[in-house]
Design a protein around this ligand. Sequence first.
Ligand code: ATP
Ligand code: MG
Length: 290
Amino acid sequence: MAAIIRAENLTHIYGQGMPDAATAIENLNFEIEEGEFVGLIGSTGSGKSTLINHFNGILKPTTGKLYVDGQDMWADPKQIRKFRFLVGLVFQYPEYQLFEETVEKDIAYGPTNMGLSPQEIAQRVQQAAQLCEIDSEMLKKSPFELSGGQKRRVAIAGVIAMRPRVLVLDEPAAGLDPEGRDNILSQIKAYHKETKTTVVLVSHSMEDIAKYADKVIVMNQSKIAMYDTTEKIFARAQELLQMGLSVPQVTKIFLKLRELGIDVPTDVYTIPYAVKTILAAKAAKEGGKV
Ligand SMILES: Nc1ncnc2c1ncn2[C@@H]1O[C@H](COP(=O)(O)OP(=O)(O)OP(=O)(O)O)[C@@H](O)[C@H]1O
Ligand SMILES: [Mg+2]
């Protein structure tokens, strides 16, 4: 599969040349394959938001290049608009950006900007609303009448309605209760499965990353510290902890078991896999006794 996003020596310095210049991302080289679900983790200030804000041209690289669908994004700055539609970005706390008088109009905002026909816009709004479980009653409401979780779903639907090739979400579950979190994230996962859209999910929650991502990028101090399959990332739990990150609860338990000298695999990060491992060990032990 081809890379939908590719970074080449990507560097961003805020306030370059000023006394308070800060290098937020430094010399990043990586690619994201089309159709993948990639988790992005890293401690506060490691550069996650700075990185993803390059994906649709909100930020311009200080040096280095970013290719989207094989095209150098900044080769012609006049063309940057087109990348805003190719890569859909859902900001952190996107509900603050809802401003239209109805939910329906808010979802239609992006497709309207793309210059699509009214029929096409209506169709996209319908589909995006359905994917985000927004019913026809909610479509007629003012965004301000909705709960936090509902607002968030409306904001995500607005980006989905543009049918981007890549959907990037910055902490989409932040500030929601556990039920709200699960709702949003499983909807994103279902959307990914159904449409095969590439998804980049920024999250502080290792449990969420473990549950939803196929690959994980770990950022540490402006650099990419690790980039691998979720399984291989959590097999390096000790290193993640050293970076000040956490690991899923179940991974912590298995790490402890190893410390106690019990021979269990290092790459356990989901509960179903943990159960399978324990049952297999138990069966082996019982088999040994006979
Ligand atoms: N607009 C800005 N001007 C100056 N410095 C900035 C700006 N935005 C971010 N920074 C700095 O760049 C670095 C990376 O910040 P960034 O917001 O990308 O991190 P992050 O990984 O998204 O953090 P968080 O998990 O808190 O969202 C930090 O040192 C931050 O202080
Ligand atoms: Mg951030």
